[in-house]
Ligand binder design. Sequence first.
Ligand code: SAM
Ligand code: SF4
Length: 356
Amino acid sequence: MASAAPHPETVATLAHPSDRLGRPLGVLRLSLTARCNLACPYCLPDGVEPPGLLTLAQRLRVIEAAVALGVRSLRLTGGEPLLHPQLEELIRAVQPLRARGLGEIALTSNGLLLTAERAQQLRAAGLDRITLSLDGTTAGSVARMAGLADAAAGERVLAAVLAAIEHARAAGFDPARGALKLNAVIQRGANDDQVLPLAALARERGLELRLIEFMDVGSRNGWQSEAVLSAAEMLEQIGSSWPLEPLGRTAHGTASRWRYLDGGGSLAVVASVSAPFCGDCNRLRVTADGVAYTCLFAAPGSGLDLKPWLQEESGAAELELAMADLWNQRSDRYSEERNTAKPANSTRAEMAYLGG
Ligand code: SAM
Ligand code: SF4
């Protein structure tokens, strides 16, 4: 575990800490559970929770501290966050933090549990945005990418996600305002034939599709560079059917956005492998059991366990100091180092544990 003792200079930089590369803290990705109701082979969750899950009150304290340190965007993820029974309660409980600077509350989900009622409850609780994940448009491709037994199961998952999109839209998550998007991981040799069909599906439904390069997160997914379909290749495929113009990548964002010239909306690519964006990464990750990581590609056990600062008797200031100190010490830039002879981490914590 990283050192718990705050650096003396932390006190001076507490309000808005910068890391050693001058990057501010801006986004908190909070994993609510390491469990999932799918087993996508590129992610491979454990299926069990780690011991010592945070309580709702402890999660709130982590979010409060993060907001005090400059976090403006909260992303709730997992595992599958809709498996968490107190999700809506947590979203309701963080609303007062908007007055202290929290700007946006977003959820990333596979959508299987997003019924019409749940979508309305999430909206009513104060959720701003939902990103749903879908890696194919056919029963076979969905089954392959989601780790399902057969095409019949793929058909059921596909139907559930398509229904979830409409439930989210009906509940007020408006894709035209960026409140509803679609994520797709593309893996060469597995679903690279789905790039165009996914783009068509998203265009028909007025959604921004975010095509994600297959990443070497964790140590179980058998990642090889040959299995990465680069963002440039994806864009070439789509652009030859529907010409595109670049909109750029927003500061601290992960996605480079493109506009369809025929007025068919926008598209985004997340090129973490072929065009890393470590240079302005502002994301802190906190696992379901309260371990803070400053990089998606961190080594297992290298995070800072926040639980010592989350006991009933601990004060908010100490937690803020510990988190500020962690951020001040940060120098991660794994994706940029990936292609060098000695990447920083040869073993990495798993995606569902860290929160994608
Ligand atoms: N279960 C939810 C879901 O699938 O949207 C939230 C958690 S999941 C870990 C978050 C995002 O990470 C998903 O869009 C998923 O496709 C993506 N992801 C998982 N493993 C990945 C990998 N190896 N490379 C790229 N993206 C990955
Ligand atoms: Fe579950 Fe999401 Fe990982 Fe797929 S990517 S196994 S849906 S956590």
